[in-house]
Write a protein that binds this ligand. Structure first.
Ligand code: FMN
Length: 222
């Protein structure tokens, strides 16, 4: 598969098949993805991969907490509290497109929360990953981890797999600290679901918009 094909075919998948991903595949994807660049070659990423029983235990724990109304202080603000335009509008549009697709009306808050909660099952993917950094790290290192994650997401395409990056997991720092045995110095940055896309699921039909070239590129001298 050409890199351009991997980039164009990568979408955020939010419904996976009940089909296991071979352990060897997971190992190969991570082994190759570690060639991601990082400032000063810090390689600031630590990845926790969960599948099988530990994954089920985590899902059950969070389901119980959601049912009883337990919440945690999020690890960080996923978005700035007063998100400005055009970012605010872009976020609103993609959210609206998603809920329209699955038939959840704008006013249906419980329906939206139910969809949000699907994050915490990794959208039924058989493999979940968590990206953890040392708390000492700065903005540059978060970019490094993003590049590492993108390697994983593109390489997944080559293996016939799909992904969903998930900052939603930042809502459960305490639970994840316990399940992953993280130290106080470690910070949960992002989750990522890995599995086979359910081609029949309507939710996977969402093709998110992108700005036109002119709206995000400024050419100087060319
Ligand atoms: C770092 C990161 C975190 C994300 N977190 C979530 C998430 O928690 N749940 C979710 O459903 N989608 C999540 N997304 C997916 C975005 O909504 C998606 O990338 C965006 O709408 C563009 O759509 P596309 O990935 O299909 O091109 C995340 C994406 C990124 C890059």
């Amino acid at each position: 598969m050409k890199v351009s094909e991997a980039i164009k075919s990568r979408i955020t998948v939010r419904q996976f098949l009940d089909k296991p991903v071979p352990e060897q595949t997971v190992r190969e994807i991570l082994e190759i993805s570690k060639r991601a660049p990082s400032g000063g070659n810090l390689q600031p990423w630590n990845v926790h991969v969960v599948a099988g029983e530990p994954l089920q235990a985590l899902i059950k724990d969070i389901e119980g907490k959601l049912k009883s109304g337990v919440t945690e202080d999020p690890e960080y603000n996923v978005y700035p509290p007063d998100l400005i335009d055009p970012y605010k509008t872009r976020r609103r549009i993609v959210g609206q497109q998603l809920y329209d697709l699955i038939g959840v009306p704008r006013s249906d808050t419980p329906g939206k929360l139910k969809q949000l909660a699907r994050n915490f099952r990794f959208f039924d993917a058989p493999v979940g990953m968590f990206f953890v950094l040392h708390r000492q790290m700065e903005i540059g290192q978060y970019a490094d981890v993003g590049m590492f994650m993108e390697n994983i997401m593109l390489l997944a395409r080559e293996y016939g797999l799909d992904t969903c990056p998930q900052e939603a997991w930042a809502r459960w720092p305490q639970t994840l600290k316990e399940h992953l045995s993280l130290s106080d110095d470690e910070m949960l940055f992002c989750g990522l679901a890995l599995g086979y896309k359910d081609e029949t699921a309507v939710i996977n039909e969402l093709v998110s918009e992108r700005e036109t070239f002119e709206n995000f590129v400024t050419l100087h001298g060319l």
